[in-house]
Design a protein. Structure first.
Length: 360
């Protein structure tokens, strides 16, 4: 009888077990197809893109918060400087005002006594004119330095803007006759809780500054224009929290970044006349309302945009059935006042309140 070889015995004993193990391995570890790999890579890329987008958004948010904090600190430091300077200026102004009253009194007496001598009387008139100019400077200094007591009440925003323009339509303001006023009534019925007298004074200073700036620059094709706008702030901006943004846009020579960084400082002016207190007073008034005022160049063409932002606590919408429809209208504000449009019950509060001094 023939004995089977060792190789045949081993092969016959191992063969079936190896096949079983291979089958088990195939069941436990399914093979990855190219489509599965592509799907896996797509999911990985999607997660990576989301992480990168989140990282970019967080980095932008940190940069925005850092910028806002820096601006808030700068505004706080400016307010402290203005307060300290205001106290000093108030003391000086009071010391000047007392003897100035005596000068004006004696000059007026001389004017009356020299009625029969015109040449000598003219000298007394010049003294009166010069002392009046000094008195206006002293009044501006005291307005800037005095403690502001804000008494908020519901005031229609367009009443404030219309009154500010009307208060600048006189011979003491250069350039207003050749300027077309554009009323961009994009948010009719907007009412702010603010001090009508103080806010009217601030807007009057801004409007006067715009008129005088345009008077010093050649008109663009079509002539100079002054755009008035009152809207809730655009979403996605720093001022996007609830509030109202009042914009006054002129077509003057514009402002440089160097001027913008200094224009709210007291006594800073780029003009040959004036005390340079107009925008410093505006800053104090807006700051007293917990608001913010900013200045920038126009996006298109020469000119300046001054925006006053009043925060949530000072704004509410007024729905009135008699309100005219919204839209952009070009019309003479005098005609609007004659028809009663934009005149609120608080209009009388603004009479006599236009302290006027401005800078470029």
């Amino acid at each position: 009888m023939k004995t089977p070889s060792r190789d045949t015995t081993v092969s016959g004993a191992i063969g079936p077990a190896s096949a079983t193990n291979a089958a088990a391995t195939d069941v436990m570890s399914p093979r990855i197809t190219p489509s599965d790999l592509a799907e896996l890579m797509g999911a990985f890329n999607e997660v990576t893109a989301r992480l990168e987008a989140s990282h970019t958004a967080l980095r932008e948010e940190v940069a925005r918060l850092t910028r806002d904090l820096r601006e808030a600190n700068e505004q706080l430091e400016r307010s402290r400087r203005l307060a300290a300077l205001g106290e000093m200026a108030a003391g000086i102004a009071h010391e000047v005002r007392n003897p100035l009253g005596g000068v004006r009194l004696y000059a007026r007496m001389l004017e009356e006594d020299l009625a029969d001598r015109p040449a000598q009387r003219e000298i007394a008139v010049k003294i009166l004119r010069a002392s009046k100019a000094v008195e206006e400077v002293v009044r501006d200094v005291l307005t800037f330095a005095r403690e502001l007591r804000v008494r908020c009440e519901p005031v229609e925003v367009w009443m404030l803007l219309d009154r500010a323009v009307e208060d600048c339509r006189h011979d003491g303001v250069a350039g207003w006759k050749g300027v077309e006023v554009v009323r961009e009534d994009l948010a009719p019925g907007l009412v702010a809780m603010c001090d009508a007298s103080l806010m009217g004074q601030a807007l009057t200073n801004i409007v006067r500054n715009a008129f005088e700036a345009m008077a010093e620059s050649p008109p663009p094709p079509g002539g100079h224009s002054l755009a008035l706008r009152a809207t809730p702030p655009a979403r996605g901006t720093r001022a996007a929290r609830a509030g109202v943004a009042i914009s006054i846009i002129d077509t003057g020579p514009g402002v440089s970044p160097e001027v913008v960084s200094r224009m709210f400082n007291p006594f800073f002016t780029t003009r040959s006349s004036g005390t340079g207190l107009g925008l410093a007073i505006v800053h104090r008034i807006v700051d007293a309302h917990a608001g913010r005022v900013s200045v920038r160049a126009r996006d298109e063409g020469p000119g300046t945009v001054v925006e006053v932002f009043l925060p949530d606590r000072s704004v509410r919408a007024a729905a009135r059935s008699s309100r005219k429809p919204s839209g952009k209208s070009r019309t003479a504000l005098a005609a609007q006042h004659a028809s009663g449009d934009g005149v609120a019950p608080h209009a009388e509060a603004l009479k006599g309140q236009s302290q006027t001094e401005n800078v470029a």
